[in-house]
Design a protein around this ligand. Sequence first.
Ligand SMILES: Cc1cc2nc3c(=O)[nH]c(=O)nc-3n(C[C@H](O)[C@H](O)[C@H](O)COP(=O)(O)OP(=O)(O)OC[C@H]3O[C@@H](n4cnc5c(N)ncnc54)[C@H](O)[C@@H]3O)c2cc1C
Length: 477
Amino acid sequence: MDMPIPNAAILDRKARIVAELRRVLPADAVIEDGVELRAYECDALSAYRCPPLAAILPRNTAEVAAALKVCHAEGVPVVPRGAGTSLAGGALPTADSVILGIARMNAVLEVSYPDRYIRVEAGRTNLSVTGAVEEEGFFYAPDPSSQLACAIAGNIAMNSGGAHCLKYGVTTNNLLGVTMVLMDGTVLEIGGPWSDAAGLDLLGLVCGSEGQLGVVTEATLRILPKPEGALPVLIGFDSSEVAGACVSDIIKAGVLPVAIEFMDGPCIKACEAFAKAGYPDCEALLIVEVEGAEAEIRHQLGLITDIARRHNPVELREAADADQAKRIWLGRKSAFGAMGQINDYMCLDGTIPVSSLPMVLRRIGELSRDYGLDVANVFHAGDGNMHPLILYNANTPGEQEKCEALGADILRLCVEAGGCLTGEHGVGIEKRDLMEVQYGPADLEAQLRVKDVFDPQWLLNPAKVFPLHVTASRRAG
Ligand SMILES: Cc1cc2nc3c(=O)[nH]c(=O)nc-3n(C[C@H](O)[C@H](O)[C@H](O)COP(=O)(O)OP(=O)(O)OC[C@H]3O[C@@H](n4cnc5c(N)ncnc54)[C@H](O)[C@@H]3O)c2cc1C
């Protein structure tokens, strides 16, 4: 993975840059010590590491603005960081950049139940947004599996999704407004608690912009009343392709469960060992969840089980009780961690049309055999968001490169199937060099010009999202 050569002039000025940051921030908000900086040298794409020049931990929007003004004046790149759970390397620093971490900004600022919104500082974790409103019977819908740790800011930057986004939509469908600081320290208010503002939809631009346009410091989020009840069902099959065909038929029939999750044999085994959820021993498993009042649950379940039976499932079982329902989700949401206990892996994130699931699963199997690397599959099947996990041994020379090549071929396959390079994890550095598979020069240029407007010096997270050769002249200033 290529990264730009660090700017030697910036490295030489480290002492002055740190002194300037200390001038505008509290003493404990600036980290320059090499050992302490190791905490910021990577995110969850831990195959790539590089300690930053310094890290700063501001406490509010004013401090973020003051720090950005300093970095802007000094021409120092800034990499915004939430909780560092990006699987795409979005929060990976360069040696000449300052990490701007917003973990200290996690307060709830305002809640309105009648108007169904919550305003939080953007370092607040995803799960604790629901935690702040659940006593009143509300929840925040987007539920990435990393929700215990990941920050709302990171969710906004990556337009994150999760198992239950099939029904409720991803972050962009649940985000109402942000406070965002531009690289030169200008503070913008974009959107708000109302549903649709006049003028250009800047909020749509910000959501999914991967820390390229500004630093999000506060967010207004839609909250929803909790459904009356919910029930997950396990549907086991003796082949991944048949499970894929079943998903396709459920969606085609117009039934809208709240979630349809898919796991293949290796994932089922790893997750069952981790969560003891009672998963059947089979080649492919769907977890389908329906919710609502009892009558609604029964009606939807009837439709789904009728479709499933046409595909000869080897198992069709409702969660026996609330505890089993909880463990079924614990198993699925722990899938990455559970697989990680067994093997090194690289997690991909491509999206495909649901109808092409059987074909894509077959082709992934063929590619896996061609490369001699096993691939385990776990994904949000209902919206075609695939997460093939390529298993490899990081200690075997050359295996990581082989794994990257297989990953690139699988993502190319997603694009060929009519899908796209990323469903929810973002481009980061991981898929940066594949962007030209998806976009022509004019399409890419339009995206670069949007960044030109918000960050004309290309100082915010500059080595990400776009191929380096495409951005070279802009990054050179
Ligand atoms: C075990 C595991 C499971 C996961 N499951 C899911 C899943 O189900 N669904 C899903 O979508 N993702 C998932 N992810 C990926 C990851 O959790 C999400 O991308 C998440 O939104 C990242 O949030 P973060 O706070 O950790 O952001 P970081 O990793 O810190 O940063 C991510 C990106 O956001 C930018 N950023 C951070 N803060 C700001 C800010 N204040 N302003 C502007 N930009 C900012 C960074 O520059 C970077 O580009 C998973 C990750 C792990 C490790």
